[in-house]
Design a protein around this ligand. Structure first.
Ligand code: ATP
Ligand code: MG
Length: 624
């Protein structure tokens, strides 16, 4: 399964330490543009933070006042003690209140920014051209939409708050310590770079272990995904044991990485605690001597020790957030890497005005040349002209370029040379929204969405009435299938229409195309999944639908196109034969050979089918 595998590869790169270098400048510039509209909120957050920190840091100082000016001074001043206690309580409540407020405000702003980014990203991706999806795996796009936006979320959720709150706390604590005792304050200031160095060293080690655990988890997930996708293959080839062994290996790898990560974290945290306690012991020793020597008040020592305790927490938090900041920066740059991609296929600056009802459906491929990216050319000067209302069948071996030709008509890609025209208008000049109303495409693998049958047929377009949908379903013979469902047309299909057979999904997608009444209808291997009787049903429907409508049918099964006004045989991107069925048979060329082969297959298939019919229960064929 390419998705999971690619995802794993992305993670592998990250695990090898080859992660893109975070470019803080551009990331911050981008984030700032998102923060700007929320400036007021962010100012309020800062004010709340300052009040909350002040309320917290003033508490030890209050105790110092109580000790030095009251208890140690030998005054029996109960009333001022009560006042101090009341203020202490007030400060605690204030700290609680403003912390709560600050958190809520920041979350509101942060979450709304992240949800905006997520929406923007998704909308942008849906506007990108098919050539982009050829180059980019859906796995990595899923990672961008999910975990990269999550990293930005963490930036607002944790990093910003930490930088603001813990940064301010650290500075304030230092100020308070210097205010209380300059010498001790100086000692602690000297300690700061040492602590920071230890913390940063540990953190980078922890990052490596974290990355490793993540890489191994991705490998594990990719492995499961692959196996789930190919479960039938595993069971048919009895691969359970072999796959189980492989899984065991990966699982053990992940287990080890996890244990290592946890051990590193525990070691770091305990080292940090130890460092904190050593500092306290040091302060008790030097401060204690000073108190005994009467050069320091006892309350000062008490306050100092309390501040030292609080000193380590913000340093820890800041170094911890450093990693998150790095991933967020990389994520932001990656997200903007996608947002900066311009769709290759864009509407012309001055598009032609199209009167949808006046479109006749003439299609011209004028000496077109085309290649995917810089690959080998698929078409070299192909010329094909289709008259309005004509039904053209296209046949050719696998890889001949049939689907590619249709992609050019739908303008999923642009030609390198020549032009594709509809009623004399270059498709590059027709607005895409209009073009896709003119050209309707039914592919071999129809895509159904999670939603009711009605919604799937009308593609969530409420302006199409229920009656129209029902009529379209009856028209293609999907009504029998629907009537067997528990809630009829309101039955909800699960994602990708699972639960329906490929042929049943195709019937629904036929109904879809009929509802949208395109002027030019393309069926690309659309009947390949249908049994021959359902195909006949579709064939009849097709005859009615193709009436007055240009229809291009690509089929391996020649019975589908025998009735076409013209059949075109494509080989290696060139038209090698063209004519009606009878003409081509007479020509005794490629088509005739294909036809002979298909006759052989058809005979075999009908034999198999009749054998089935006699064996199977009658209800097995209800969708006919
Ligand atoms: N998205 C793509 N990127 C690069 N090459 C592509 C892409 N799609 C198709 N090709 C190549 O273009 C050639 C024509 O492919 P195309 O899908 O048009 O063939 P086809 O006639 O529809 O075949 P089939 O009968 O199997 O559907 C093939 O060689 C294929 O490998
Ligand atoms: Mg094809």
């Amino acid at each position: 399964m390419p998705t999971a595998v690619n995802n794993w590869q992305t993670d592998q790169k990250a695990g090898n330490g080859k992660q893109p270098k975070p470019e803080y400048k551009s990331a911050f510039r981008i984030l700032k543009s998102y923060i700007n509209p929320h400036r007021k909120t962010f100012t309020l957050v800062t004010i709340c933070t300052i009040i909350a920190i002040a309320s917290e840091l003033f508490q030890p100082y209050l105790v110092k006042i109580a000790i030095d000016d009251n208890l140690m001074a030998g005054k029996n001043d109960y009333s001022s003690l009560i006042v101090i206690c009341a203020i202490y309580l007030g400060l605690s409540i204030s700290s609680l209140f403003f912390t709560y407020l600050q958190n809520n405000l920041l979350q509101d702003a942060g979450q709304s920014i992240v949800s905006r980014i997520r929406k923007q990203l998704f909308e942008h991706i849906t506007r990108l051209s098919m050539s982009y999806f050829d180059k980019t795996s859906s796995g990595s796009l899923i990672t961008h939409v999910s975990s990269d936006t999550e990293a930005v979320n963490q930036f607002f959720n944790q990093v910003l708050l930490t930088l603001l709150r813990d940064g301010l706390t650290l500075i304030s604590i230092l100020v308070m310590m210097f205010y209380l005792d300059t010498t001790l304050g100086l000692y602690c200031l000297l300690l700061l770079p040492i602590i920071a160095l230890i913390a940063i060293g540990f953190r980078s080690f922890m990052r490596t272990t974290y990355q490793m655990a993540r890489t191994r988890l991705s490998r594990l997930v990719a492995f499961v995904a692959e196996n789930l996708a190919g479960m039938s293959l595993i069971q048919v080839f009895h691969q359970q044991k072999a796959q189980g062994e492989l899984y065991k290996e990966r699982n053990e790898d992940y287990f080890k990485a996890n244990v290592r990560e946890i051990r590193t974290a525990v070691t770091f945290n305990r080292t940090f605690d130890l460092l904190g306690n050593l500092t306290i012991a040091f302060v008790v020793w030097t401060g204690g001597k000073a108190v005994l020597g009467d050069t320091m008040e006892f309350g000062v020592l008490y306050a100092f020790i309390t501040y030292i305790r609080q000193f380590f927490q913000p340093i820890n938090a800041i170094t911890q957030q450093w990693n998150t900041l790095q991933s967020a920066t990389v994520a932001v740059n990656r997200i903007w890497g996608i947002l900066d991609v311009e769709p290759e296929i864009k509407d012309a600056a001055k598009p032609v005005k199209i009167n949808h009802d006046a479109i006749k459906g003439r299609v011209d491929f004028n000496r077109i040349s085309f290649s995917y990216g810089n690959g080998t050319p698929i078409f070299r000067g192909l010329d094909l002209h289709i008259n309005p209302g004509e039904m053209v069948g296209i046949v050719g071996t696998t890889g001949a370029g049939k689907s590619s030709l249709m992609s050019l008509l739908c303008r999923f890609y642009d030609v390198n040379e020549g032009s594709v025209q509809i009623d004399g208008n270059d498709v590059r000049h027709i607005p895409q929204a209009e073009l896709h109303r003119i050209v309707g495409l039914v592919q071999q693998e129809p895509y159904l969405y999670a939603g009711s049958i009605i919604d799937n047929v009308r593609m969530f377009d409420e302006s199409i009435s229920r009656e129209d949908v029902v009529r379209a379903c009856e028209f293609v013979g999907a009504d029998q299938l629907v009537s067997r469902m528990a809630e009829g047309y309101d039955t909800r299909l699960s994602e990708k229409g699972s639960g329906l057979s490929a042929g049943e999904r195709q019937l629904i997608s036929f109904a879809r195309i009929i509802v949208f009444r395109p002027k030019i209808l393309i069926l690309d291997e659309a009947t390949a999944n249908l049994d021959s009787q359902t195909e006949q049903l579709i064939q009849r429907a097709l005859q009615v639908v193709s009436e007055g409508r240009t229809t291009i049918v690509i089929a391996h099964r020649l019975s589908t196109i025998m009735q076409a006004d013209r059949i075109i045989v494509l080989s290696h991107g060139s038209i090698v034969e063209s004519g009606t069925h009878a003409e081509l048979i007479e020509l005794q060329g490629v088509y005739e050979e294909l036809y002979r082969h298909s006759q052989g297959e058809a005979a075999a298939a009908s034999e198999a089918e009749s054998a089935n019919e006699s064996a199977a229960a009658p209800e097995a064929h209800t969708i006919r």
